[in-house]
Design a binder for this molecule. Structure first.
Ligand code: AMP
Ligand code: ZN
Length: 481
């Protein structure tokens, strides 16, 4: 059996992955807060952990992996969105949840086995909070319940911080009901307009961190294998999850392996609305960037390195994928290549895996050439060790393992580029006539039509060049046909 190696944030080492129970490998990944479209950065953990999920299913069997990713559907950002838009919270979270599922399906992510919504687990959170109070790890104060960080001596171990450093670094105003400035909220009071549930501490709502502790316990148990998320969540969110879960279930261990993806940037800069480089996955899909291209670009950088989204990378990915899809059209998939599995098993080395796939594609083209010669009886043509059709089937299965193709090649890859050559010829012909007659009105007419259809026209002494621009609309050329 393949040994998967993973970099564990907890130990800061690359370790052999040994599941607690190989019949049920269990993974929890922190999911989105549902109040808006997922931005491109949000897709990174989804794609990274989808590749890990696919690899685990490949190694342990599809029925022997349980993947949980939550939806945070109670949060002050959601309340604010409801207040400013005049819409109900339920309407906003239901709509945004569906958007998220649609957009992540478009980038080839499988749905996790469980996608719990926080609001469906309030009683379990209350029960966990009561247990923490009973064990002396939490206290109620002014309608709030707070986790007492000093009651857990390992607090800060995941992110490598000490409580004293954290206090020194914190410049936030400390609420008067906190015993220690680092104590964090497990439960908080809700006023009449804010969503709330009855609890032993009055009507209120949970803090963010407790939901992941309660839902992972309900769905995966007190001890499970992998916990993942973006590295912006390491502190305080994951640190707090560990404190809550380890104190609620002493000795159980919580998650064995912690994985964190690095952040995504755009054209070398942090993605932000003020820089005008903020976009959602849907924006890209609507602008003709296929989901497979988004996925390829994400996988071309190792998940523990910062990644830069650039238009150039997207263009290259599109060309590369198209050439790969041309090789597997109508091909039946067999088993993924050993090389591909082994590379993914090295802490998800997707960047190198893509290069290996390109090598396999090159092998197929090379093989095709000699297969054809051998079959045609060309003297001295070598007989290849493996047939091209075998290689194609293995290549397709490898693409499937990475989630870069389903059963069929995507339809965008089969669209042939619109042939503009006849318009180029008409323009050239009109120009030679105009050179004689000195009447360029015919040339201008054709040229303006082309420009109106989004074609870029360049005329120089050397000749005429026409290329489809980004807003090219072939239907507008019908008048010229
Ligand atoms: P949020 O909805 O902000 O809690 O984020 C949901 C997930 O997206 C978390 O796992 C974050 O770590 C991740 N995430 C947010 N921004 C980025 C980014 N720029 N690059 C990569 N991951 C991100
Ligand atoms: Zn979480």
């Amino acid at each position: 059996m393949t040994t998967i190696k993973l970099h564990n944030t907890k130990t800061r080492k690359r370790e052999d992955f040994v599941p607690i129970d190989s019949d049920n490998v269990r993974m929890y990944v922190c999911g989105p807060t549902v109040y808006d479209r997922a931005h491109l950065g949000n897709a990174r953990p989804v794609i990274v952990f989808d590749v890990l999920y696919r690899l685990l299913r490949h190694v342990y069997g599809p029925d022997h992996v349980t993947y949980v990713r939550n939806f945070t559907d109670v949060d002050d950002k959601i309340n604010a969105r409801a207040a400013e838009s005049g819409r109900s919270i339920g309407e906003i979270t239901a709509e945004t949840t569906q958007w998220f599922l649609d957009d992540m399906a478009a980038v080839g992510a499988l749905e996790p086995d469980h996608m719990p919504r926080a609001t469906a687990y309030i009683p379990q959170m209350i029960e966990m909070i009561e247990g923490l109070i009973a064990k002396g790890h939490a206290y109620a104060a002014e309608g709030h319940v707070l986790f007492a960080v000093e009651s857990y001596k390992e607090y800060g171990a995941l992110s490598g911080r000490s409580i004293d450093d954290m206090i020194a670094g914190a410049r936030v105003e400390v609420a008067p009901y906190k015993r220690n400035p680092m104590d964090f909220v497990l439960w908080k009071p809700s006023d009449g307009d804010t969503p709330g549930w009855d609890s032993p501490w009055g009507r209120g709502r949970p803090g963010w961190h407790i939901e992941c502790s309660a839902m992972s316990y309900e769905l995966l148990g007190a001890h499970f294998d992998i916990h993942g998320g973006g590295n912006d969540l390491m502190f305080p969110h994951h640190e707090n999850e560990i404190a809550q879960s380890c104190c609620a279930h002493p000795g159980a261990g919580f998650a064995n392996y912690w994985l964190h993806n690095e952040m995504l940037q755009v054209e070398g800069k942090k993605m932000s609305k003020s820089l005008g480089n903020f976009f959602t996955v849907r924006d890209l899909l609507d602008h003709g960037v296929p989901g497979e291209v988004i996925r390829y670009v994400m996988l071309s950088t190792h998940y523990r390195k910062p990644m830069d989204w650039t238009e150039k990378k997207a263009d290259e990915a599109k060309r590369k994928l198209k050439s790969w899809y041309d090789l597997v059209k109508g091909v039946e998939a067999s088993k993924a290549s050993r090389i591909i599995i082994d590379n993914l098993a090295e802490d998800l080395n997707t960047a190198f895996t893509l290069r290996q796939l390109d090598q396999l594609a090159g092998d197929i083209v090379h093989n095709d050439k000699f297969d054809g010669q051998f079959e045609a009886g060309v003297p001295n043509a070598p007989q290849m060790a493996r047939s091209s059709s075998e290689l194609r089937s293995e290549f397709k299965a490898s693409l499937q393992l990475l989630g870069l193709i389903g059963d069929e090649v995507p339809s965008w890859s089969e669209e042939t580029a619109f042939d503009l050559s006849r318009f180029q010829r008409s323009l050239e012909a009109a120009r030679s006539v105009a050179m004689q007659t000195k009447d360029f009105s015919g040339v201008d007419q054709i040229k303006n039509m082309l420009i109106g259809a989004g074609v870029q026209v360049q005329m120089s002494k050397e000749g005429v060049e026409v290329i489809a621009g980004p807003n090219f609309d072939p239907t507008k050329l019908e008048a010229l046909e």
